[in-house]
Design a protein around this ligand. Structure first.
Ligand SMILES: Nc1nc2c(ncn2[C@@H]2O[C@H](COP(=O)(O)OP(=O)(O)OP(=O)(O)O)[C@@H](O)[C@H]2O)c(=O)[nH]1
Ligand SMILES: Nc1nc2c(ncn2[C@@H]2O[C@H](COP(=O)(O)OP(=O)(O)OP(=O)(O)O)[C@@H](O)[C@H]2O)c(=O)[nH]1
Ligand SMILES: [Mg+2]
Ligand SMILES: [Mg+2]
Lengths: 288, 293
């Protein structure tokens, strides 16, 4: 796709492979290629520059629609945290190993740098050394961490953190949850209970629920998003590990079907490796 | 399901005596879409569809099966053959200790699988494993393995004063030799296949320990990227097998076929849960069934 070329069937086949290879999904890829094929046949698109332009605008339309439709409640980035809600409660959810705990550290760092008092809540009371992992990050950032011994009901740790936050007038509380597969009903119920307890202790909590997705996830990412959004009030997505070779195309299918905005992108394992999602950069990288 | 889609596509085959190319082409379109939706890599889908087409075209329409059942059988058999093949057991030699390296991308399940596999080898293969984590990067990574070791009653080599993966490796190997452990499982840090420095680190650990097994731990819900990471790890480090984790999810698991077909190494274990007994041996027929939906 480098340089301006006329559009041949081979180019369209190559385009289909690039789109499928990015995990945007077969149907979406075939639909986009078909749309382009029709425009080519009607001579509305005559070279690859025009093709790329159309493709970009189609993808951008899908990716920017959710942010436009979700007004009011959710924030665009850590710089938008409403000052009148205290504590502002954020919860990180998602399946196992996607980067929830690491993302919390990165986000806490950004929020603290904005001048807020941040506290993290180690509500993963199941996995080996989960609280230890979050505590290492919290100590590095010099922020308080609320934890209980392994096996404690995670909702009880959420409760403790919110009581502590209210007592200390903390600005923001970020709750870490255990990784869980969305097809495990008892684990999804546990998550729903944590959210409900938060709402009982702080009006409207959790104010922000971020679903963390690994950029290398295939079509199952769509099912993950469906189930998590049914269980808790997901307000945004964090797409992690985009520093790898995976393109994270599944967020296109998720934006299209569920209208959840993509808030942040994880680009590494260090504290600064988190940026606000840019639809333009994301679409450009699909073709790199 | 694929079977229902093929039934529709092939209903005009009734009364014919052979599976014609036109019919097979229509069926292959359905199969291609089904496999892509199951996350099989598009290059592997091409190879698979070509292989199936070759077996199907010109075949006599069998009396016992309807045409779509016959195609489904060819597809299922081909997928099972591609997934299975060589021995999927851990290989042991008379060396002491036999070293097993656990490698893979971040978050795939290496540390948890280290626990599961050591427990399996101890209980089912009468081995005496020692575990060591050389993940000096991830916060509390070594703690995590220590906690797991406690939970399953398998010893974990610890040297908190060491912060270099290679020094840790040497010390653990020495300890295993001196204390008579016949197996040493090395849990390595998650890394990107494009991180040159960290891939070299794995080569150094391999050179230091001459492992009998290097297992690539891969997440079953990985999409098209599975081929890239598995191929790169295999080319740069050399893999002896694959562990497919989180199969207790509802991902179709096409990554299994992608990885097996591209690197040709056997899938030795399947992770089916977060607890340390949630480990199964690989059954190609079950995975084939799941991928085909
Ligand atoms: N390369 C890269 N690695 C990441 C990124 N985000 C997280 N990781 C790594 O992914 C691994 C898993 O991260 P965690 O934060 O423990 O993931 P988690 O979702 O909390 O995992 P569980 O709590 O076990 O479900 C760690 O090795 C992280 O360093 C990212 O954006 N890029
Ligand atoms: N449901 C399920 N979860 C699993 C399975 N295997 C591992 N996990 C979970 O996946 C998450 C990541 O597992 P780890 O063992 O920390 O992964 P890792 O590869 O060592 O991660 P890094 O060292 O950061 O690269 C944890 O929450 C595990 O409990 C599995 O087979 N099924
Ligand atoms: Mg975590
Ligand atoms: Mg690990």
């Amino acid at each position: 796709f480098r340089g301006k070329k006329t559009i041949s069937p081979e180019i369209l086949e190559e385009l289909e492979e690039i789109l499928i290879g990015s995990d945007i999904g077969v149907q979406t890829a075939l639909d986009l290629v078909e749309k382009i094929r029709q425009q080519v046949n009607r001579k509305l698109i005559n070279d690859t520059d025009e093709l790329k332009k159309l493709l970009r605008s189609e993808l951008l339309a899908i990716l920017t629609a959710p942010a436009k439709s979700i007004s009011g409640r959710a924030v665009r980035s850590e710089t938008d945290i409403p000052l009148d809600i205290r504590p502002y409660v954020m919860m990180m959810v998602g399946v196992n190993g996607v980067g929830k705990t690491t993302t919390i550290a990165k986000l806490a760092n950004l929020i603290k740098r904005e001048g807020n008092d941040v506290m993290v809540c180690a509500a993963d009371t199941f996995r080996a050394a989960a609280a230890d992992q979050l505590t290492v990050w919290a100590d590095r950032l010099d922020i308080p961490v609320i934890q209980q011994k392994p096996g404690t009901d995670p909702a009880a740790v959420v409760y403790d953190a919110l009581q502590a936050a209210k007592a200390r007038n903390t600005d923001v509380v970020i709750v870490d949850t255990a990784g869980r597969l969305h097809n495990k009903i008892n684990l999804m119920n546990e998550l729903e209970k944590m959210s409900r307890i938060a709402g009982r202790e702080v009006p409207q909590a959790p104010h922000e629920v971020l679903l963390v997705l690994d950029a290398a996830t295939g079509q199952n990412g769509l099912e993950q998003a469906r189930q998590f959004t049914k269980t808790v009030p997901v307000t945004g997505i964090v797409l992690t590990k985009l520093d790898g070779t995976a393109k994270g195309g599944i967020v296109v299918a998720i934006a299209r079907e569920l209208g959840v905005p993509i808030r942040y992108v994880g680009t590494g394992e260090q504290i600064d490796d988190l940026t606000v999602f840019s639809p333009e950069e994301f679409v450009n990288s699909l073709f790199e | 399901s694929l079977s229902e889609k093929l039934k529709k596509t092939l209903k005009t085959l009734r009364g014919e005596s052979k599976l014609t190319e036109a019919h097979i082409d229509a069926a292959m379109r359905e199969i291609r879409i089904a496999l892509l939706e199951a996350d099989v890599n598009f290059k592997v889908v091409k190879q698979f569809v070509d292989a199936v087409k070759e077996k199907a075209v010109g075949q006599d329409v069998l009396q016992a099966l309807s045409p779509h059942q016959q195609v489904v059988k060819i597809v299922f058999d081909e997928m099972q053959a591609m997934l299975g093949g060589e021995s999927a057991d851990i290989e042991f030699t008379s060396k002491t200790p036999n070293v097993i390296m656990m490698v893979g991308l971040q978050g795939s399940g290496k540390t948890t699988s280290t626990g599961k596999i050591s427990r399996f080898l101890s209980q089912n293969r009468k081995r005496h494993p020692l575990l060591v984590s050389v993940d000096v990067y991830r916060p509390a990574a070594r703690n995590q393995l220590a906690v797991i070791g406690q939970a399953i009653n398998i010893p974990v080599f610890e040297a908190p004063e060491l912060s270099d993966p290679l020094e840790l490796t040497r010390a653990a190997l020495k300890d295993a030799q001196q204390r008579g452990f016949d197996t040493l499982i090395i849990d390595t840090a998650g890394r990107l296949h494009i991180d040159d420095e960290l891939m070299v680190e794995l080569q150094q650990i391999k050179a230091e320990t001459s492992p009998t097994e290097i297992l690539f731990v891969a997440d079953a819900m990985t999409g098209q990227d599975a081929v890239k990471s598995a191929t790169e790890f295999n080319e740069r480090i050399g893999l002896t097998g694959v562990v497919l984790t989180k199969m207790d999810g509802d991902a179709r698991g096409g990554a299994a076929l992608s990885i097996k077909q591209m690197i040709g190494k056997p899938i030795k274990f399947v992770g089916v849960g977060e607890k340390y007994d949630a480990l199964e041996q690989f059954h190609p027929d079950r995975i084939a069934q799941r991928i085909l939906g």
